[in-house]
Design a protein around this ligand. Structure first.
Ligand SMILES: *[C@@H]1O[C@H](CO)[C@@H](O)[C@H](O)[C@H]1NC(C)=O
Ligand SMILES: *[C@@H]1O[C@H](CO)[C@@H](O)[C@H](O)[C@H]1NC(C)=O
Ligand SMILES: *[C@@H]1O[C@H](CO)[C@@H](O)[C@H](O)[C@H]1NC(C)=O
Ligand SMILES: *[C@@H]1O[C@H](CO)[C@@H](O)[C@H](O)[C@H]1NC(C)=O
Ligand SMILES: *[C@@H]1O[C@H](CO)[C@@H](O)[C@H](O)[C@H]1NC(C)=O
Ligand SMILES: *[C@@H]1O[C@H](CO)[C@@H](O)[C@H](O)[C@H]1NC(C)=O
Length: 596
């Protein structure tokens, strides 16, 4: 295996950028990254380790840990990937308002639900169809509340796995027959949580909510008022047709809108998560039985109900480990300040990676898409496309493209050895995490998972990008230089000979983006009009019911155009569509209870 050393100036660059700023107690030169020589695997380039042809193993779930962690508390991604895989303790800070609505007055005397947005709380009244009254109560947290968060659409009362994680906490099993046993679920979860002094459980449906265990502890009533009752809006058309209940309809829109305020980072910010205590079912070391269960299964269908008994036991041990000392006063401060005890702000660090690549990968994909004859912006000028793509790649890699990394000879074809580009790959892949190595010894088990998932994900992004860039450089496309037409090009100047390479690039970028699976890229295309919002179908408002149930008990839909002829697609693979949010709404309403 060929080894090449990074030139001295590059070493300085690495050292300069990796000086940690975690406080004086950490010696700068105790880390692998800062110690040149044999003990420093990350300085000496091992082109075997940094082989641009070798991607992640198919069993690796690092990208799934990455994406689910980067998506925590965000409505859009957790609507798309309904089946949660993370359980994270967190703190609801003092002063946070929580809402509970019911048709009668008085604070609940047993575990019950509170919403973080009042629009959502109003919806609670709607489940009591017959009552014209709605008491709207707001409470304030008088001490930090200790909450356990289940990600995904963990409050969506659906078949298919959205409630699995909480059911394994409460009952050690997935209970599809108990989907509607919400009273039993909250009672058993709260019972279980007593030994850890948990105040409640955070879940998501069309908006976020908390299952609160004790209304007499940690919160105080702020106000209790009677609001305008629901169901009072007259049918404006007077058509005599059986129309939806417009009051209810308007309220439903309000809940959808309130949920959409938390669509993307930072998402629902009223819960401060302690990521140093995160448990992920995508952690293949901790839950090996799920690797097999996920094999060959589309990510949308990943769930934890295939877990082995042994892993369930491990799960409970992990829960005990992360919750045993959770929420001591010193902890609470740290969690509220930086989200972690080690001081590393993991959520921000993850978001930095998403910010750096989400838009730029999308633009690169758009440029390469133009080589696809079925694409709207199909361009036959491959010369222009290859230049544009290469310019994009250079922009993305501009802060990693070491001056010394140049192809040995230019324009020798793309099959050449790309090992000259390995230093760029390595630098790109380690730059966000190498500075954390000096503090690694203080990391919790969860943080080691967070670090390795971030490294593996960033590494694969860098591998694909550097590989394409390296191929382009090697083929003599350097947008910084006057363009050299490729030998053998046809006279038309359309660059036909670039076609095989561009097609491969397109596949690679599509492959990378598919592997990453970031929900930011799931958009309404074309963009919605000003009277519309982009709606990602969520329980209970799909276009059609689950095929296993009759249409009669199905609540209804928010209209919008059908994407295809598969009526079940909405709940299998929710895709966004534009729906009206200015009346007249396009809506077919059946009834509100007993939906799947
Ligand atoms: C990189 O990996 C490819 C595919 O596994 C292999 O053919 C090649 O020899 C490797 N290159 C180096 C420098 O290790
Ligand atoms: C679930 O399993 C764990 C460990 O395997 C056990 O301690 C716990 O009592 C079980 N809980 C229920 C509700 O069966
Ligand atoms: C590129 O094409 C793919 C496949 O048709 C499509 O899914 C994707 O949205 C397109 N990307 C952009 C940025 O237009
Ligand atoms: C296609 O390209 C044209 C001209 O650059 C641009 O105006 C149009 O918005 C593009 N279409 C899409 C779907 O991106
Ligand atoms: C293709 O694009 C290149 C670079 O933008 C340009 O120089 C060339 O004239 C174009 N060829 C055709 C046939 O349009
Ligand atoms: C529900 O309605 C759809 C469309 O009207 C129909 O195709 C389907 O067969 C119905 N399903 C059941 C279970 O009645």
């Amino acid at each position: 295996m060929a080894r090449r050393s990074l030139p001295a100036f590059a070493l300085l660059v690495l050292l300069g950028l990796s000086l940690p700023s975690f406080g004086a107690q950490i010696p700068f030169f105790s880390s692998p990254i800062a110690t040149p020589g044999k003990t420093s695997p990350s300085i000496e380039i091992d082109v075997g380790q940094w082989n641009l042809s070798v991607g992640p193993s198919t069993e690796s779930a690092s990208h799934l840990v990455f994406d689910t962690v980067a998506s925590l508390l965000q409505h859009w991604p957790n609507t798309r990937y309904r089946n949660g895989h993370n359980i994270v303790p967190g703190i609801v800070p003092v002063g946070t308002l929580l809402y509970h609505d019911r048709p009668w007055q008085g604070t609940p005397d047993k575990p019950d639900w509170v919403a973080t947005d009042p629009e959502h709380a109003r919806w609670f009244c709607a489940s009591f169809e017959s009552s014209p009254r709605c008491w709207h109560m707001s409470f304030v947290a008088t001490r930090p509340l200790k909450i356990l968060y289940f990600d995904g659409s963990s409050a969506a009362k659906m078949q298919g796995g959205s409630m699995d994680t909480q059911d394994y906490v409460a009952w050690n099993a997935s209970r599809p027959d108990w989907i509607w046993n919400e009273e039993g679920r909250i009672a058993d979860l709260c019972d279980w949580g007593k030994s850890y002094r948990l105040d409640g459980f955070y879940r998501m449906e069309m908006d976020f909510e908390i299952m609160l265990c004790d209304f007499a502890s940690g919160i105080q009533l702020v106000s209790s008022v009677q609001l305008d009752p629901l169901h009072t809006f007259p049918d404006p058309t007077g058509s005599g047709e059986i129309l939806p209940d417009l009051g209810l309809l308007r309220m439903n829109y309000q809940v959808i809108q309130a949920g959409s305020w938390h669509n993307f980072y930072p998402g629902e910010a009223r819960l401060k998560l302690d990521l140093t205590r995160l448990i992920s079912f995508y952690d293949t070391d901790t839950f090996p039985s799920l690797v097999q269960a996920r094999s060959g299964v589309d990510r949308l269908q990943h769930r934890i109900s295939g877990i082995s008994e042994k892993d369930v036991q491990v799960f409970h041990e992990r829960l005990d480990e992360v919750l045993r000392d959770f929420g001591n006063p010193q902890d609470v401060h740290l969690v509220q300040d930086s989200g972690s005890r080690s001081g590393v702000d993991w959520r921000t660090l993850y978001q930095v990676i998403v910010d750096r690549y989400a838009d730029r990968l999308e633009m690169l994909q758009y440029i390469l898409n133009s080589t696809d004859p079925t694409a709207e912006n199909y361009s036959q000028n491959n010369t222009r496309t290859v230049e544009n793509a290469m310019y994009r790649l250079q922009l993305i890699l501009t802060t990693y493209a070491l001056r010394t990394a140049r192809p040995p000879t230019v324009d020798t074809g793309v099959d050449e050895d790309l090992s000259w580009a390995s230093p760029v790959y390595q630098y790109c892949a380690t730059t966000h995490t190498s500075a954390l190595y000096p503090v690694k010894s203080s990391f919790t088990r969860s943080e080691h998972l967070l670090l390795s998932a971030l490294e593996a994900t960033n590494r694969e992004i860098c591998r694909v990008l550097v590989r394409l860039w390296g191929e382009g450089m090697q083929a003599g496309i350097d947008p910084g230089l006057p363009f050299q037409p490729k030998e053998g090009d046809d006279d038309s100047g359309s660059g036909e000979s670039w076609s095989p390479m561009l097609n491969r690039w397109r596949d690679e970028v599509n492959g990378l983006m598919g592997w990453l699976g970031w929900s930011l890229w799931l958009k309404c295309r074309p963009e919605c009009g000003i009277e519309e919002i982009c709606y990602l179908p969520t329980w209970p408002w799909f276009k059609r019911p689950h095929p296993s149930i009759s249409n009669e008990s199905f609540e209804g839909n928010f209209g919008g155009a059908d994407h295809d002829n598969d009526p079940d697609r909405d709940w299998k693979n929710p895709l966004p569509r534009c729906i009206r949010h200015v009346e007249p709404f396009d809506w077919r309403y059946v009834k509100i209870l007993d939906y799947v």
